[in-house]
Each structure stands twice: as structure tokens, then as C-alpha cells.
Design a protein around this ligand. Sequence first.
Ligand code: 5GP
Length: 138
Amino acid sequence: MGYDTENIFAKIIRGEAPAFKVYEDDYSLAFMDVMPQVDGHTLVIPKDNAENLLDVDAEILGATAQTVQKVARAVKEAFAAPGIMIAQLNGSAAGQTVFHLHFHIMPRFAGLEFKMHAREMEDFAKLESYAAKIREHL
Ligand code: 5GP
């Protein structure tokens, strides 16, 4: 099929769709997931036309992994989370729904369950306040 340049994350990179941004550099972008599974659910994406981990440029992947680490540390501090889960899905059979490579960063607390994957839109004021809180820890 090939990479679809009209996917929502490509539009966010180009500034054609809004996002609650947390961090950005030449190679990657981090922003809040609009249908979070937990409070603080953040996404990191490469600035590359890659559908998934298997087809991304290796150099851009390396830079994006550094962003995942940087943002995960900030999310952990901002939410005082004892655990941080990183998830990354490749292909619809694996549950991928947006076909631009992305890493999920999710604060985890023992006994606190996830919400359903990509189901319920979060309040935008909450997302903006979470993004600001994470930015303070970068
Ligand atoms: P996947 O299932 O592909 O691993 O995850 C896609 C993620 O993107 C889901 O967690 C979903 O909530 C999130 N998502 C879908 N559409 C949008 C959007 O327009 N903006 C943002 N920020 N997140 C989105």
C-alpha cells in the first residue's frame, strides 16, 4: 500500500492538524494522545514518512528513540509514576490504527487499569494542562 501522506500524524507534523505538543526537534515530535488510555498518555513520532518500526530510516529512529527516553523521563516525573510503559504497534493485525510510526508513553501505577485503546476523546483543557506539566520536566 505505501505510506499515506494524509494520515493524521503527518498532518500534525506539517501543522495542518492541531496537537497538544510536548517536545519537538528536527527529527521527532511528542504530543498528547487525544484518546488516552491513562492520564499522561503521550505519543512520540519521527519526522519521516514511515508507517512503522520496520520501514523507518535508522538514523531518524535513533534520534526518535532518544526523544522517547527524554519524554518518558519527563512524563515519569510529571505524573510521579512508579512505572512507565512504552508500546509500539506494527500493522493492523498488531492493533495499529494510525499508519505513521509512533511510540506510546504511558504512566503506570500498580492496580490502575488502562482505558480502552483509542476510544474516548479526552477533555482538551486537561490535555493542555498535562502537556504543560510534562514540558516543565523536560
Ligand atoms: P495505534 O493504535 O496506531 O498504536 O495508536 C494510535 C493512537 O493515536 C491511539 O492511541 C489514538 O488514541 C491516537 N490518536 C488517533 N487520532 C489522533 C489524533 O487526531 N490526535 C492525537 N493526538 N492522537 C490520536
